[in-house]
Design a protein around this ligand. Structure first.
Ligand code: SF4
Length: 104
């Protein structure tokens, strides 16, 4: 059974350990946007662009994904990243929504 002193020592180290884990590790902890979330439904977000129904989203063009959208905050090669539309949520790099805009 750890002593109170040992517990306090662990609690002091945890924030430093979280910082050392780096932004990628922290980003992975963030919630992934779900297709069923109300904000995702509003823009027809799909976690996999290959499943976009072009009869419902005719503006979708094959090859468009979150990874090549100007609002995607992830780095090249990341499986997910932030999106300017969804604060505090991550979107899949292979995802897509109606707000897609070509990355410059
Ligand atoms: Fe993906 Fe861009 Fe839509 Fe965000 S705005 S979900 S990055 S396509």
């Amino acid at each position: 059974m750890p002593t109170r002193r040992q517990l306090l020592q662990v609690l002091r180290v945890l924030p430093a350990a979280a910082l050392l884990a780096g932004p990628r590790a922290r980003a992975q902890e963030a919630d992934l946007l779900k297709e069923s979330d109300s904000e995702a439904l509003a823009v027809d977000y799909h976690a996999d662009a290959a499943r976009v129904d072009r009869s419902r989203s005719p503006q979708y063009e094959p090859g468009q994904t979150c990874a090549n959208c100007s609002l995607f905050g992830g780095e090249a090669g990341d499986a997910s990243g932030g999106c300017g539309l969804f604060f505090g949520k991550q979107v899949a790099a292979i995802g897509w929504c109606k707000a897609w805009e070509k990355k410059a």
